[in-house]
Design a protein around this ligand. Structure first.
Ligand code: GP9
Ligand code: MN
Length: 639
């Protein structure tokens, strides 16, 4: 049987071009950290390995026209995947996960943000696909392959061998690469964007099947871990301090701690909040961390309402919006509280409408509850000042006592402001995002000040406590150069990066008089137990991973969603243990030297014992959500 060998097979041309393009994007467009030559090498080979793997499938098509069609569509779809990840990366410094693809409604709502994330030069990403398209149509006879079976098997075997080689190097460079699934940058830089997506798909199917097979068997083990490591026996001195009062919770969009008591060219960024810290009725927490993942605001809401961690992939509001929970609104309803959320955005954004039902929220005032015009909106929608102003009437109509949450919107990337509402000058650096952040934060500060006045004027203030919490960072690591300039630091180290994850927390209790600044390490996971304690509500057997922020005896660490943590003494990030006070890395200690290990003593990092607990805690929280385990528990409130 005769077969045809082409001049140069198109699938190889396509793999080379596609590999080269992907490498250029990895190396020069994504900001992937490379620490050594091995990492450089792996990053160089993996785009070619995965491109070869995909394009080599084409040799199995017997009809050359089908073969050509496969190659050109693969090049086009592949280019689109690179482009989509790039746009996503510019916003989130992260790669797309499968659950996020199902959040189309959110993506389309990105509106003005999306346009700022696309660059005209991005069109170059499609150049190779266009060339392949042309060649596949015009030069089919010269470039198509008709191999005998042995040739096909050889192409496949070669591509799999290359892949195995790549995986082997990757696993050597980064042990446990595949088990630390949340470290997406490591996955992409070691196995490539496309293999990462395949891996993500496999993980996704696995977690989906977890619910089906779950039977609640794990619950005693989780409860035991919580009893031993999390639960505090003593009630804090603030137990019942706000009994029967209304709770007004302000979710302050993208508000970070570093702007508090700070200035831009001599102008205070948050004059109202700074004064609020000094108020005798305010408890201010300056070492309070956000613990969100890919679900941003919705993740912070999830943490607050449940004292569970959001997921490492996707937004739990989307992926597990139908689960059973034992959320704060449900618990306090038993004590006669009404709950309401105010947010002038689409109700479907982050699947809030669906999730709020699962969390037991009684009323959700979304965009349609507000009068939104061109004049009173900017960026993502209704500006914060009219938002608060228009909310007062609804707040007055709620049955007391209530737990209400206000989610602000103006201080959201890309931090657009109009001239009339801009009170301070932007910063001047190479990052427009950071520059514009300051005037937008100042606007939010003014909006919150006005809201306090309105609460007082309408008589709602006295019977309420007001909690203000930053939901997550607004300035990502992409802006580190500008950030280091603003903070007058030589560089932003990984330690600094963790410290930048601090967001402000204010607990303002009118009439309290004992307010102070509290510097204990605390986090969003602590909000549910804190609010329950303030209201004097005791729960029996609840599953929570946080503590009351006022408790003397607290869990020894705050875990971040990526597995990093902060304890009294240490900050652990990217596998390095830092002294929390000095920010200096701590040398590994030699823990064991046996005969066999004499040449290579075993070392242990000071953070290791806590690290282990953090991993266990995060995975227990994940299991509770993936297995929908709350459906197997009957919760009771203590009388
Ligand atoms: C949108 C608001 C902002 O409704 O919550 O979204 P974010 O991107 O911060 O999650
Ligand atoms: Mn947000």
């Amino acid at each position: 049987m005769s077969f045809k060998r082409p001049v140069f097979p198109l699938y190889i041309i396509a793999a080379l071009l596609f590999g080269l393009k992907t490498y250029i994007v990895y190396r020069f467009v994504f900001t992937i950290d490379l620490d050594n030559m091995m990492q450089e090498f792996i990053l160089l080979i993996n785009p070619f390995v995965s491109a070869f793997l995909i394009f080599a499938i084409s040799v199995w098509f017997n009809k050359t026209s089908r073969q050509m069609k496969f190659i050109r569509y693969t090049a086009l779809i592949g280019s689109f995947v690179v482009f989509a990840n790039l746009v996503f990366y510019r916003q989130f410094t992260d790669f797309i996960t499968i659950p996020q693809l199902f959040m189309g409604s959110n993506m389309s709502d990105l509106g003005s943000s999306i346009l700022t994330l696309i660059n005209p030069f991005d069109i170059l990403i499609f150049v190779d696909a266009a060339l392949i398209w042309y060649l596949s149509k015009k030069q089919e006879s010269k470039l198509a392959v008709e191999y005998p079976k042995s040739g096909k098997v050889f192409a496949m075997a070669l591509s799999l061998a290359l892949l195995a080689g790549n995986f082997f190097l990757a696993e050597m460079e980064r042990p446990q690469l595949f088990t630390r699934a949340f470290d997406r940058e490591y996955l992409v830089k070691n196995i490539g964007l496309f293999n990462y997506h395949v891996y993500d798909l496999v993980v996704h199917s696995k977690t989906e099947s977890q619910r089906v097979f779950a039977d609640g068997n794990e619950l005693p083990e989780i409860q035991e871990f919580i009893d031993k490591n999390v639960k505090v026996d003593e009630k804090s001195h603030m137990f019942g301090a706000a009994e029967g009062k209304n709770v007004i919770f302000i979710n302050a969009e993208s508000l970070q701690e570093f702007v508090i008591n700070n200035d831009v060219y001599g102008e205070e960024v948050t004059p109202f909040l700074n004064r609020l810290i000094e108020d005798e009725d305010t408890y201010y927490f300056d070492n309070f961390y956000e613990q969100t993942g890919q679900g941003n605001t919705s993740d912070s809401e999830f943490l607050v309402e449940n004292s569970l961690y959001p997921l490492s992939r996707g937004a739990v509001f989307f992926t597990h919006g139908g689960n059973e929970y034992n959320a704060l609104p449900e618990i306090i309803k038993e004590e006669g509280y009404t709950s309401a959320v105010f947010h002038a955005n689409n109700k479907s954004f982050w699947n809030r409408e669906g999730m709020y039902q699962s969390l037991g929220v009684d009323h959700f005032y979304g965009e349609e509850a507000y009068e939104v015009t061109d004049e009173n909106s900017i960026g993502w929608g209704l500006m914060d000042k009219p938002f608060f102003e228009q909310s007062i009437k609804y707040l007055q109509s709620l049955e007391e006592p209530y737990y209400s949450k206000f989610i602000t919107l103006t201080n959201h990337f890309p931090f657009e402001m109009n001239d009339e509402e801009t009170s301070i000058d932007p910063y001047d650096s190479n990052s427009n995002t950071l520059n514009n952040f300051f005037p937008a934060v100042r606007y939010m500060d003014e909006a919150i000040e006005d809201f306090f006045t309105q609460l007082k004027d309408s008589g709602l203030y006295e019977d309420s406590i007001i909690i203000i919490m930053g939901d997550h960072i607004g300035i990502s690591a992409n802006h580190n150069r500008a950030m280091s300039m603003y903070l007058e630091k030589e560089e932003i180290t990984p330690y600094d990066q963790v410290q930048l994850q601090r967001v402000p927390l204010f607990i303002h209790i009118p009439g309290d008089g004992n307010g102070e600044t509290i510097s204990e390490v605390t986090g969003q996971i602590d909000m549910k137990p804190t609010i329950l304690n303030l209201l004097g509500i005791e729960t029996e057997d609840d599953i929570m991973f946080g503590n009351d922020v006022f408790a003397e005896d607290r869990k020894e660490y705050i875990a971040l969603r990526n597995g990093d943590f902060i304890s009294d003494d240490y900050v652990s990030t990217l596998g390095v243990c830092y002294d929390r006070e000095t920010g200096e890395p701590i040398d590994e200690e030699v823990t064991e030297t046996t005969e066999e290990t004499e040449n290579q003593p075993m070392t242990e990092n000071a953070c290791a014992p806590i690290q282990e607990k953090v991993q266990t805690e995060l995975s227990y929280s994940d299991n509770l959500i993936y297995g929908d385990l709350f459906r197997f528990i009957n919760f009771n409130i203590e009388d």
